[in-house]
Write a protein that binds this ligand. Structure first.
Ligand SMILES: Cc1cc2nc3c(=O)[nH]c(=O)nc-3n(C[C@H](O)[C@H](O)[C@H](O)COP(=O)(O)O)c2cc1C
Length: 338
């Protein structure tokens, strides 16, 4: 069998050595409320690269202080963040892995002491603050912050940028009719709800011509939310704008009970891939090499994003290779044992 999980994947000028991606995961480890990289981040991300993950994507990193999910999030809102992030990418690159950053803004899901923002003044639930409805000026400032974040990410040396448009965070709040009640050009029709993301992409592209991914929630688990038809519309728009891959997750837009099962989000990645003719990443309870291989061989997605499986085992690629009968070229130092 020709193993697709261990086949390279090229987007623009970047080639990943395999299809295994470390899915972005907040580590809540920036201690001083300053968004700075800590020694923990260096060990955490480099160890997955040593484990032979092809693309290590670092956690949701905020483009503005008020866009953090928590006070412990990483930040990229000022130049002072560049140095620490450079150390992270250097660690990842030492193992022939590529490095990506997820640029994020939490919007109404920011769990912070100060004022928070959203397209509409509607709280996520009783535990969250009521956000301030964003003015056109707030919107412009936030779009500029995404651009500046991308500029810094480029200076750091990231190979790929992903925009966090999923899980009910700011971009998702604009996309969804459940959270966007605006009457201006940013609300109402699907075209208008897409406008904020469209402008973020345009703005990022003025400073970044490398691979660009967008993560979306491909199911909102609530009546009146976006449908697959809407997601395919958004994805076609993104494709036309030059986005390279849609990373398809689900949920988080409004409080809803989800009953996950193995591969529970894969069908959303598959529908977006077929519906918009764009490459996709599959994520969500993918835990074995065989499961990943099935998704790729059946053309249901192009990349496999793993979160919790990689927290449990930084050497998951080796485990998957053994399962599939593939000889993994490990780090030189491990090859005698592997
Ligand atoms: C500790 C933790 C933190 C997470 N933080 C983020 C994040 O920063 N950005 C994001 O898009 N998803 C985040 N997620 C979601 C994961 O990227 C992934 O989509 C989800 O866990 C499902 O994949 P899994 O079943 O392989 O864990 C997080 C998940 C976990 C477990």
């Amino acid at each position: 069998m020709k193993h697709k999980l261990f086949s390279p994947y090229t987007i623009k000028n970047v080639t990943l050595k395999n299809r295994i991606v470390m899915s972005p995961m907040c580590m809540y480890s920036s201690h001083e409320q300053d968004g700075m990289v800590q020694p923990f981040h260096l060990a955490h991300y480099e160890s997955r690269a040593a484990g032979q993950v092809g693309l290590v994507m670092i956690e949701a990193t905020s483009v503005l202080p008020e866009g953090r999910i928590s006070h412990e999030d990483l930040g990229i809102w000022e130049d002072a963040h560049i140095e620490g992030l450079k150390e992270v990418t250097e660690g990842i690159h030492r193992h022939d892995a590529k490095a990506a950053i997820q640029l994020a803004h939490a919007g109404r899901k920011a769990n912070l002491k100060d004022e928070i923002f959203s397209p509409s003044a509607k709280a996520f639930n009783d535990a969250f603050k009521v956000p301030t409805e964003m003015t056109k000026q707030d919107i412009d400032r936030t779009i500029t912050a995404f651009k500046e974040g991308a500029e810094r990410a480029k200076e750091v040396g990231f190979d790929i940028i992903e925009l966090h448009g999923a899980h009910g965070y700011l971009i998702n709040q604009f996309l969804s009719p459940l959270t966007n009640e605006r009457n201006d050009e940013y609300g109402g029709s699907a075209e208008n709800r897409y406008r904020f993301l469209k402008e973020v992409i345009e703005s990022v592209q003025t400073v970044w011509d490398g691979p660009l991914f967008v993560r979306i929630s491909g199911e909102e688990y609530h009546e009146g939310g976006n449908t697959m038809e809407d997601f395919i519309f958004f994805s076609k728009e993104m494709k036309a704008q030059g986005v390279d891959l849609i990373d398809v997750s689900s949920g988080g837009v409004v409080p809803a009970a989800i009953d996950p099962y193995p591969g529970y989000q894969v069908s959303y990645a598959e529908q977006v891939k077929n519906g918009a003719q764009i490459d996709t990443g599959a994520v969500g309870l993918i835990t074995s090499g065989n499961q990943a291989e099935e998704i790729l061989q059946n053309d249901r997605a192009d990349l496999i994003f793993l979160a919790r499986a990689l927290l449990k085992n930084p050497y998951w690629p080796k485990q998957a290779a053994d399962e599939l009968g593939y000889e993994l070229e490990g780090p030189r130092q491990y090859t005698r044992a592997w």
